[in-house]
Design a protein around this ligand. Structure first.
Ligand SMILES: [Zn+2]
Length: 103
């Protein structure tokens, strides 16, 4: 499980938090002020839970294996198209369908 360094922007306290996703944006434990978190490290010894990835169509037994599988499948969370680009694509597709319907 990842651990985070948490800094309260109101009272300036810092502490460490084990962070289930839902807790990530929780308020300061002391003054309820807004906090910022920095990912620190993954705790050593936390086992990777193997699973069958339906999207990739294969069994994933470790993090490096998942990275490799995603690379092979040309999937990368960083190259999702922007909202504007998606909407432009939709417009082009819509236009193409209208042209087709005309002829
Ligand atoms: Zn605080």
């Amino acid at each position: 499980m990842p651990s985070y360094d948490v800094k309260c922007t109101a009272c300036g306290r810092t502490w460490e938090r084990w962070s289930p996703i839902a807790d990530r944006y929780a308020a300061c434990d002391f003054c309820s002020g807004p906090v910022v978190q920095e990912f620190k490290h993954s705790v050593q010894g936390t086992p990777f839970i193997p699973y069958f990835d339906i999207g990739l169509g294969q069994q994933i037994d470790s993090l490096p294996e998942r990275k490799k599988a995603m690379r092979n499948a040309h999937m990368d969370y960083r190259d999702h198209p922007s909202a504007g680009e998606l909407s432009a694509r939709r417009d082009r597709a819509h236009e193409a369908r209208r042209e087709q319907a005309k002829s």
